[in-house]
Design a protein around this ligand. Structure first.
Ligand SMILES: [Zn+2]
Length: 244
């Protein structure tokens, strides 16, 4: 009886080992795949200033993946931001510029644009940064208008926090100065929450002082909104597609 029992046992061992081996191999492949996609995401999140891989056959061929850019209109709803010299609120200005940047770049297939708000709603500061993180955005630009107790103070200030954001901050600042002709108040490092909680190049721009009557008038004019938006769009294009 014992000898007869050995044979079926040997067969069942063989039938067990093969599926086990297959299972082991496929699960290793799955883990490797997950690891690869994680690495890929991490790579996408940390943006290289020169986006076109060297293997790209021609600079006229658009990259396979569009650059995801989050445009943040500062403040909103119960948080009006600065009260301008005319009494108009900053939240309206930031929304107008953000929507104009969106309009400038929406036809460019190299970009995928997202707004943190498209109406007069309030979004928590950390949620604005979180949105950019969730989207694996390549850049975040937060738009503001400045305020001061003295009406005479004027000029453009652009902020960044992490070193990976200084180049984009410099480009946005330069293009805004050229477009608006406001006083150059410099590119500065500051730990604004929206900047410290964003891993991609993140820039906060105070385009001008809404509390300065002349500057406010230039900023709120239809042409002023368009020029500010074109400046930000041009800086983003130059940052991601320097050869274009
Ligand atoms: Zn603001």
């Amino acid at each position: 009886m014992k000898r007869h029992q050995q044979r079926p046992l040997a067969i069942s061992m063989g039938t067990l080992v093969l599926p086990l081996l297959f299972l082991l191999l496929t699960s290793t492949a799955t883990i490797q795949k997950q690891h690869n996609s994680l690495a890929e995401r991490r790579e996408n999140a940390s943006v290289q200033p020169s986006p076109l891989p060297t293997a790209e056959p021609s600079p006229t061929v658009p990259p396979k993946q569009a650059r995801i850019v989050v445009i943040d209109a500062g403040h909103g709803n119960a948080d009006p931001g600065a009260a301008g010299a005319s009494g108009k609120e900053e939240k309206e200005y930031t929304l107008a510029v953000a929507q104009a940047v969106y309009a400038e770049l929406k036809a460019d297939s190299r970009f995928e644009l997202h707004l943190t708000r498209g109406d007069d709603s309030y979004v928590e500061l950390l949620s604005r940064a979180a949105l950019a993180e969730e989207l694996h955005a390549s850049a975040l630009v937060s738009i503001h208008g400045n305020t001061f107790t003295s009406r005479s103070v004027s000029g453009t200030e652009t902020y960044f926090y992490d070193d990976n954001s200084s180049e984009l901050a410099g480009l946005i600042h330069s293009r805004l100065l050229e477009a608006m002709h406001f006083r150059d108040r410099g590119v500065r490092r500051n730990d604004w929450k929206i900047l410290t909680h964003s891993s991609m190049p993140a820039v906060l721009t105070e385009i001008g002082y809404l509390t300065n009557p002349q500057e406010e008038a230039a900023m709120l004019a239809e042409d002023g909104i368009r020029r500010a938006a074109q400046a930000i769009a041009a800086a983003l294009t130059e940052f991601f597609f320097p050869a274009a």
